[in-house]
Design a binder for this molecule. Structure first.
Ligand SMILES: Cc1ncc(COP(=O)(O)O)c(C=O)c1O
Length: 364
């Protein structure tokens, strides 16, 4: 089976982890500081604060923005649950705005419709590695005095109109989960140019300690370890190479998939760099489950990102959410992600196309 994701861990990562294990600094130490400096440099922000996951990055970024009970945060329902959950952790309410059906990213017009007097922040997601349309989002934020936190969990190295993703909003939140464009095993980071926000996150990730054993606010243990940071430093060096391969793989798939009846290849906006965390095709007329069965039976892994809008998850239903986002619901029934990761070889790519071609003959 060609897997839907395949983290590339090489000798360099293994050697760097061994060095950390032998150094004695196996929790947060000098490697985390080095990783933060290198990641901030890569994104082009003044600061980067490493944490234990993409989820804790979002949680602490929201807290650093002052989001809490009584506030609303406008976000997309077409994302991993962590996007909505991070808002719930703060006591604020996520308000779900529907997506643009072409890019699958939050539709700025729908953000405008969702604004209320208690809106505090906008949390766009750069889904599948394609930047959300940040110009209109930034404009809405400026006009309404809102914070923008980018959920860049899937978009390391993506670019929107010459600006690195993670450097456009007040803060950017990345995940380094193993399936992502680069990994630290579990891990996350917040990028920002705002010193006060960076400092707040540093304090929140370590039990509210400004000084050892002096706790000024209620914080958490959301630290990254030097073991993870050592993996991250090695992976960051290869990120551009990994992304180049993802983009080439996507170009090959799109060239061939465009000729297959019944399948829509991903749409890529002008003026951006899409880094293809996922390569997500779309099939219509209720045939999605049949396609997936056939594709899997023929040795190609798939994923559905995401089958259930966040507001329809049981947790959210129990909390009384009753949003309706028709484009999200439609996309959730029609999307299929197929492998695009950098360890695919030519034969893998040919096989993916061939299976989709065969499947289209069977279904249409
Ligand atoms: C869009 C999005 N947001 C947030 C997260 C949470 O990241 P993590 O799994 O590192 O907590 C993920 C990934 O899992 C994600 O895809």
């Amino acid at each position: 089976m060609i897997p839907i994701a395949n983290p590339i861990i090489e000798d360099e990562e293994i050697q760097e982890v061994l060095k950390v294990l032998k150094s004695g600094f196996i929790a947060q130490g000098p490697k985390v500081a080095e990783f933060e400096e290198k990641f901030a440099n890569y994104i082009g922000t003044e600061y980067a604060v490493a944490v234990s996951s993409g989820t804790t990055a979002l949680h602490l970024a929201l807290l650093a923005a002052g989001v809490g009970e009584g506030d609303e945060v406008i976000t997309t329902p077409f994302s991993f649950a962590a996007t909505g959950n991070s808002v719930l952790y703060t006591g604020a309410k996520p308000v779900f705005a529907d997506i643009d059906p072409l890019t699958y990213n939050i539709d700025p017009e729908k953000i405008e419709n969702a604004l209320t007097s208690t809106t505090k922040a906008i949390l766009p997601v750069h889904l599948y590695g394609q930047p959300a349309d940040m110009d209109p989002i930034s404009k809405i934020a400026t006009e309404n005095d809102l914070i923008v936190i980018e959920d860049a969990a899937q978009a390391h190295g993506a670019i929107y109109k010459n600006k690195m993703i993670g450097s456009i909003g007040n803060m950017g939140c990345f995940s380094f989960y193993p399936t992502k464009n680069m990994t630290t095993s579990e891990g996350g980071i917040v990028t920002t140019n705002n010193l006060a926000m960076a400092d707040k996150i540093r304090i929140l990730r370590a039990h509210g300690e400004k000084e050892r054993y002096k706790h000024s606010i209620l914080g958490y243990n959301f630290r990254m370890t030097d073991i993870s940071a050592a993996i991250g430093i090695a992976q960051l060096k290869k990120l551009d190479k990994f992304n180049k391969k993802r983009i080439e793989n996507a170009a090959y798939l799109t060239e061939h998939i465009n000729e297959i009846e019944g399948i829509k290849a991903p749409y890529v906006m002008d003026g951006i760099r899409h880094v293809f965390h996922q390569y997500t095709i779309r099939v219509e007329n209720g045939s999605r489950d049949e396609w997936i069965k056939f594709i899997n039976e023929n040795g190609v892994g798939t994923g559905i990102h995401y089958p259930i809008p966040i507001y329809e998850q049981e947790l959210y239903q129990n909390l009384g959410f009753n949003d309706k986002c028709p484009e999200t619901e439609k996309a959730g029934n029609e999307v299929i992600s197929v492998p695009v990761h950098p360890s695919l070889n030519v034969e893998d790519l040919e096989k993916i196309v061939q299976v989709l071609e065969d499947d289209s003959l069977k279904i249409i």
